[in-house]
Design a protein around this ligand. Structure first.
Ligand SMILES: Nc1ncnc2c1ncn2[C@@H]1O[C@H](COP(=O)(O)OP(=O)(O)OP(=O)(O)O)[C@@H](O)[C@H]1O
Ligand code: SF4
Ligand SMILES: [Mg+2]
Length: 338
């Protein structure tokens, strides 16, 4: 993204300082390709965007496009290869910045089975972040905080002394959410928090995220595979492909009128209840496989699968630009194809 479009990206968002601003963020993993030779796997490759206080920004894209890596790098669970993350206007750079940021920004993980230590009690799992950040004055205060958090996520106090492995997936995820909320954060990265759960309880947990957002004034980056779940919970949605952001727009707009050829293909696969809309919304079949991020195509990373690809697409990378107010697209031919 050019600096100009990045400024617009921020300015387009109500003029207030966003809670999170991501600027030219890159996360490259060195991969061994032979004896002492490595090659960078560009999991996140130059993404820039902002999140307003109180909003939910959905993040979607096929498996392996870099959603989890983006979430983890924003929280500095991975050290960025390049680029910056600003929290309320302040860049996160030093160790001290990261420690301070962690009191305000946390993550709910996809898999409640592997992300919770089975040898710890629920009280200790939820209490651990309180211990790390010295967030209580007495044992009683610690206990009260843990019980309050359990109550918020719908667990009762008898669960406190039990072990995570004794619980169902839905209950474990409630423990994971209580743990993420223990530091009283205002920004939470939710990484596919319901995709490992039974369909029957996904809606309950999604509704809980909605309620917690209102009660605790949270801002979410909500990563998901299920496009209907993301639409339900998000104010705006960002679409990633091969480590890059290709479109960012208001949630309803992006479903009803996707502008980027990749978004068009993704959205055409979403079932719609109205058959008239379904007919107009002909399914776009993508040809070929997603290329490996170790060998990303030249120019536009989508050109090997895009039905509209032209010479320019193979030669140069399209900028992520504001094509309508508050709407960003990375495509050379966005005008011709819409
Ligand atoms: N720690 C790591 N070391 C090396 N490569 C990694 C690492 N983590 C992720 N990758 C690679 O980076 C790319 C992006 O992975 P990531 O997990 O961020 O994708 P994702 O969009 O979250 O996928 P999914 O929808 O399957 O969760 C993939 O090619 C993945 O194999
Ligand atoms: S830049 Fe070209 S290849 Fe890329 S999405 Fe647009 S039309 Fe398709
Ligand atoms: Mg992931």
């Amino acid at each position: 993204m050019s600096d100009k479009s990045e400024m617009n990206n921020t300015a387009a968002q109500s003029g207030e300082e966003p809670i999170i601003r991501v600027s030219h963020l890159k996360e490259y993993f060195p991969i061994n390709t032979g004896f002492i030779r490595t090659k960078p796997l560009k999991a996140v490759d130059d993404i820039s965007f902002s999140i307003r206080e109180g909003e939910t920004l959905g993040l979607v894209g096929e498996s392996g496009c870099g959603k989890t890596t983006a979430g983890r790098t924003i929280l500095h669970l991975y050290k960025p290869t390049e680029g910056d993350v600003f929290y309320r206007g302040k860049p996160i750079r030093t160790k001290q910045d990261i420690t301070e940021f962690r009191k305000h920004a946390t993550m709910v993980f996809q898999d409640p089975y592997s992300s919770l230590d089975p040898r710890m009690t629920v009280a200790d799992i939820i209490g651990e972040p309180l211990d790390i950040h010295h967030m209580y004055g007495s044992k009683q205060e610690r206990r009260d905080k843990i019980l309050e958090l359990m109550d918020r996520v719908g667990l009762n106090s008898e669960h406190a002394a039990r072990y995570a492995h004794e619980f169902s997936g839905g209950q474990r995820q409630r423990v994971g959410i209580a743990r993420a909320l223990a530091v009283d954060p205002d920004f939470v990265v939710c990484d596919e928090p319901v995709s490992a759960l039974d369909v029957s309880i996904q809606a309950q947990v999604i509704n809980m995220f909605d309620e917690l957002q209102d009660q605790m004034h949270l801002t979410y980056l909500f990563i998901a595979h299920d496009l209907l779940v993301v639409r339900h919970i998000s104010d705006r949605i960002a679409v990633m492909y091969l480590g890059r952001m290709v479109e960012l727009a208001d949630a309803d707009e992006i479903y009803d009128r996707p502008l980027h050829p990749y978004t068009k293909a993704l959205m055409s696969a979403v079932p719609v209840p109205d058959p008239k809309v379904a007919r107009a919304n002909q399914r776009v079949q993508l040809k070929g496989e997603i290329p490996s991020p170790l060998n990303a195509p030249s120019g536009c990373p989508f050109h090997t699968r895009c039905p509209y690809a032209a010479d320019v697409c193979r030669e140069s990378m399209p900028a992520f630009e504001e094509v309508e107010k508050g709407r960003f697209v990375a495509c050379h031919r966005v005008k011709e194809v819409n």
